[in-house]
Structures are given as structure tokens and as C-alpha cells.
Design a protein around this ligand. Sequence first.
Ligand SMILES: Nc1ncnc2c1ncn2[C@@H]1O[C@H](COP(=O)(O)OP(=O)(O)OP(=O)(O)O)[C@@H](O)[C@H]1O
Length: 597
Amino acid sequence: MKKRLKMLWQLTKGNRILYGCAFLCVALSVLVSLVTPLIVRTVLDSIIGDAPLSGWPARFVDFFGGRVVLSENIWIAAMVFVLLNVLNVGFLYGRGKLSAMAAERIVLGLRERLYDHLQHLPYQEHVDAETGDWIQRCTSDVETVRRFFAGQLVEFSRGIFMLGIAIAIMVPLNWKMTLVGLCTVPIIFLYSFIFMLKIMRDFQRADEAEGRLSTVIQENLTGIRVVRAFGRQAFEKDKFDEANEIYCGHWRRLMRILGLFWSLGDLTAMTQTLAVLVFGSFLAVRGELSLGTFVVFITYEGMLLWPIRQMGRILADMSKCTVSIGRIMELLNKPLEGQLPDSVKPSLNQDIVFDNVYFEYEPGKPVLNGVSFNVNAGQTVAVLGSTGSGKSSLVQLLQRLYEYQGGSIRIGGVELNTIDKHYLRSRVGLVLQEPFLYSRSILENIAIAQEEAPLERVYEAARIAAVHEVIEEFDRGYDTLVGERGVTLSGGQKQRVSIARTLMADSDILIFDDSLSAVDARTDVEIRRALLERKKGVTTFIISHRVSTLSEADFIVVLEDGKVTELGTHEELIRRPGLYRRIYDIQSGLAGREAEA
Ligand SMILES: Nc1ncnc2c1ncn2[C@@H]1O[C@H](COP(=O)(O)OP(=O)(O)OP(=O)(O)O)[C@@H](O)[C@H]1O
């Protein structure tokens, strides 16, 4: 809790003067509202009545020409009354504007900080993340913080000013009435505070449930094709209903508690008003309280009760805000991707040595174990292995998306984990099996990292990826819009657009992680030929299950359960029994049968 409040305080940095001015407006507005009933009191008791005058009411009356003048021109007092109210409106406007300005600035900064932080988290965090929950933290949790800074914070200060100034005015007027008028304030405070502590956990649960609900919606919309293809609509609906029911359940509970809170608050407020009325009448009958002072107390009671009750509500809202800030902090406190201070930027067009590499995602569960092989600069390496054997993990290490825990990977003799990550990723092109395309034109998708590149370079990349002609056939050519995640393109077309995108960069190392799987065998050959021809000298890793693709590599690495079980050229491997030979036999058998058929 202390940490969350500290974070809220830190967030106000740079906007404290604005808040200071907003608080000043609040204080002035409170002062003006509390002075107004005193003018009514002066008019009732000393202008219409004949109670003696002293202090500032006497000076006020003298200023307007004395009692007689004022009693004959009562409109003057009415005008002062109106003027004070106009002033009050001005202060309220100032308060609203200043606090809104400060809140917008704080939230703008917070959103930017949050978004920037997410961009630099380790890749594993993104893989493990519940996207919907993260989106919720960046949107509705930030919105809760905005509401706190824009309204609740200054509203809370209004309650404090109101209480402080009212006590200062009420005590000299009648201390007994002050005691009666404020007797429930500590009760309301205490009760609101206990309530705030109690409800905080419920708000947290409701927020988490909302995050899960967002995740269900997000997963459903992203995977809609799978849902349709497998007729999983009913299952998805049940999943959604369950998450929705849990979320609504939390809110029902919250509403019950809030309802109880408000009803008890109403009861306390009514008791308080009744006490003031009864005790005030009693004192008035005994002549201990003038009519004007009685009116002041009743008016103050009405004015005080609402902000004090509001303070309770604000305390409860603050608990929601502290929950949201806690959830935001949880993201902001996630350590960023480590960057060694001495990161180097060597030339990557060099020999690569994998030396006894050990890697695991979870402790004690090796994914790569003792992987060793050497790649000469400019060579093409093919990687084969059954599913889950560690192929993708192996190539992802080359972009430092993950860090290996044992052994060594050296590029031109430089240890990989000392190379600057940003530099490394800009020089190592990775094409994934399931590429992500933005909802923009094909041109923008290909030139995403090279917006200034001449069109000819884009065409060249698309030609190598064997997609140029396909794009030209579209009505709008390169300006064709790709729907969200490229739904208007076929799987193979998307893969080729994403290959073209990677080829735009001037990479020293290219990795194709099964990224030709959705492309037919003939186009696959075309792309590889074009690559060999036009990207000569670029070290290339190709993960594939196609022997026709694998066979053309300089050598093949066969991975099984994270270990290299075979290493050699196509000719060498087909002569030995093993996985490669088995795959070769199956695929050449199939090819033979296809040819016969
Ligand atoms: N981000 C991750 N966190 C935890 N475990 C992971 C992660 N990614 C992969 N794994 C696990 O590591 C093992 C190797 O996965 P990897 O993706 O490297 O295999 P692969 O050979 O590329 O498989 P495929 O051919 O199916 O793509 C698998 O058991 C997989 O479940």
C-alpha cells in the first residue's frame, strides 16, 4: 500500500504546481460557499432583526452604508450573495480545468512509460503474457488512475478544506451545536476507512476477472478461424459465459457491499441532520441560539455531509485506484531485457561456432543439450528434427530472444551474449512460420522497417520471395490492404510477403523457421535459388521438413530431444541409418508413387 501511494505521489512530479493551484481554487471555493450563509445570518439577525453587530459583519454592514440603508435596500445583500456564488463558479471552473490538465499530463506520461516498458521486456514475458490482461492494464487501469487524478484527489481535498474551515467558523458561533453537528464525522471516517480496506481485495479480484474476460475475447477473435474450422463456437461461448459470470459475480458482490455502505451512510447522515434540527430547536427555544445562527448550522450541515460522505466514497474509489496502480506497477517493475554494458557490435558476416550449447526454458528441463557444430560464413545450414526437438529454440538464440545457460555461441570469435541486442536483431533476419502482417498495404508491410527504401528495392525483395507477380495481379497491386493478420492473403502468400520484408534488411544472417512450409515445392525451389543467387555470402539457417529443401544445404543438422544426432551433407546422411534417411525414404517413396500415379 505504501509503495502504491508513493508511486501515486511520484506520478504527480512535474504537475505539482498545477495541483497546488487547483487546491487553492478548492480552498477559495469552500471559503466562499461557507461565507454565504454567514451573510444570510447577518441579514436575518442584524438587518431584519436587531441583534448587535461586531467583527467583520459590522464592517460589512458599515461598508454598505449601515443597518438602515441595508434594511431599506435588501437587494444589496442579495447582490453580494449572487456575486459570491458567481465567484464560486469561477473557482470551481479553475479547479476542474487545472486538475483535468494535470491528470491528462500525468496519464499521458504514464501510458507512454508503460507502452515503452512493454516494448523492452524480455521476449519470454510476451510469450507468457495474457494479452487481454495487459491490454486492460494499459487501458482501463490507466483510466482509473486518470479519474483519481482528475477528480477524486481534489474532491478529497474539498472535504478536508470544508471540514477545517467550517469548524473554524462554527466553534465561535456555538460550540455545543458544533459538537452535535460533527459528532458522526469520526464515525463516517472510520467506517469509510475500514470499508476501503475491505473492498480493496474485491476490486482487485474484479479487475483480474475483467482481465481474464478480455483475454478470452482477444483469443477468440484472434483464433476465429480455428474456432470456425473445428466448430468450437459452443465451447467458446461456454468459456466466455464462465469468465463473464465470474466477472459479474465479483461486481454483484461489490454492488452489495457498496449498497450497504451507501445505505448505512444515508442512515448516519439522516441521524446527524435530525440531531442538528432537534438540538438547534431546543437551543433556539431556550434563547441560546439566534434564528440566523440556526440557519447557518442547518445550511452547513447540508453542505458538510455530502463532501464528508463523498470522502468515504473517494476513499473507496482510491482503493480501486491503488489496485489499478498496483497492477500497472507490476508491469513497470518487470525487469527489462538485460543489456550488458560492454555490448559489442562486431561484423556478423563471420563463422559461427555452437560449442556444447545448453538451454532450458524451465529449470531442469533442457531443450538444447550439448549442441555443437560450426558454420562457415556464407554457408547454408538446414535443420531437421521432430516436433519439439528444439529447432526454433536453437535459431531464436541467434537473435538473443533467449539466453543460453551453458556452453558458448561465437560469431567470428565474439561471444553471442556480449553482442548488442538491437544491433544483432537488425543484422539477423528471422522469418517465422506464422508471420504477423499489419493491417496496412502490402507495400507498407514489406517496407515496414525501411520506410524510405526506393520502390525498386521492395520489388527486388518481393521477386526473391517469389511474390512480386502475385502482388502485381491484385487490383491495387502493392497498395492492396492486408486485413488484420493478413486474412485476405493465403498462408503461402503471407509467408512470402514476410520473407520479402526480412530480405529488405541488410542481414548478415538469415533464418527461415519453417517459413516455406505453406509454399508449394516448386515455389520453394524458386525462392531458394533466388536467395542463393542474390544473397550470396549471407549465412543462412533453414528449418524445414522437406528433403528437397534440406538436400541443397551445405550441411544438415539433425536434432532429436535437444541433441545433435546427425551432422553432414545430404549425400553423407542418406548413407547412414537415422532420422534423415527415414524422412528421405518416406518422401522419395511418396514422390515415386506420385510420379507413377
Ligand atoms: N517460450 C517457451 N517457454 C517454455 N517452453 C517452450 C517455449 N517455447 C518452446 N518451448 C518448449 O521447448 C521445446 C522445444 O520447442 P521448439 O519450438 O524449439 O521445438 P521445434 O523443434 O521448433 O518444434 P516445431 O517443429 O514443432 O516447431 C518444446 O518442448 C516446447 O514445448
